[in-house]
Write a protein that binds this ligand. Sequence first.
Ligand code: F6P
Length: 358
Amino acid sequence: MAEFRKIGVLTSGGDAPGMNACIKAVVNKALSMGIEVVGVVGGYAGLMNGDLIPLTYQSVNNIVAQGGTMLYSSRCPEFKYEEGVQTAVKTCRENGIDALVCIGGDGTFRGATDMTNHGIPSIGLPGTIDNDITATDNTIGFHTAVETALDLIDCLRDTCESHARLNVVEIMGRDCGQCALYAAIASGAVAVAIPEVPFDEAAALEKIRTLRAQGKRSMIVVVAEGVTNPDGTPYAETLAKRIEAETGVETKFARPAHIVRGGRPVMKDRTLATAMGVKAVELLVEGKSNLVMCEIDSNIVPIDINFALITDRMYKNKLKDGDLDSFTSEQLGKMRTICHRRTEELKSLYKIAMDVSF
Ligand code: F6P
């Protein structure tokens, strides 16, 4: 058992609904174990600047239903450098912070592992709407983002039906099409383009022509933000123009962008956030760190951060020279299994989307 007097909690990177529920879980669990908690304001930038607030039962009262993050967030390029990490460690030492819980995406986990390596035990919790942390089935915020996207698409459907139009909708997700794919299936979209699966534009255009000829009035096409033209510009708008030009179906374009990152978290995100927050505190107290909490087959499972980060790179084909050197063949086998499972799940979901998109 580690003797912690005070832990810090921070949110970093893109915010996600459910982060507040997670903060509340960390605070209440730690306080119930006699551990003080400070909130780091504005992610790693706040840690470098010593921007801290004490957190009590009262400070986290009634935040569980609120979107965004009460601790605010930032992306902090300075923290990628040794000097930034040293400054953050100094803040922890000067303020008696014995350990950290860091809520965010892969950049946040890199920060957590740096802090652990510099003597501040840290645990990462996956908070991002993209659901792009390969080692966990679900990230905090993903389910809410899909529900929000769905609400918006349902609104577009109404007006498309009235006017016999098609609407192309771009849904956030930089490298990952999960939000777009789930929203497409759940909204009955006629086509969906995501970065992970090649998109057959000619087939989509042909399908739209056929469906219109058969009398279908409203149609939705969902495109993930991460699908781009060869010059890097967003594909969604290009596709909208092509659909109208090639099929004659009047086509509108919508980009909800950051709207899908806000709003009240749904039950799944609140409960996942709470379970992960509680487990993170328990593990820190047990003396464990450098872990990321994952949900695997409905269980909360701690995974080594480096293992999770490299599995992510493996899945996203972003491995760098030497990335795999420190892992045993058994660990590499596990990584490949996780990547394979994810790829197969996505492919089978994409097939379902195609099978029913009429
Ligand atoms: O948090 C993930 C994400 O919302 C991505 O889907 C998106 O590409 C990116 O963040 C946008 O980042 P920012 O809020 O910095 O514009």
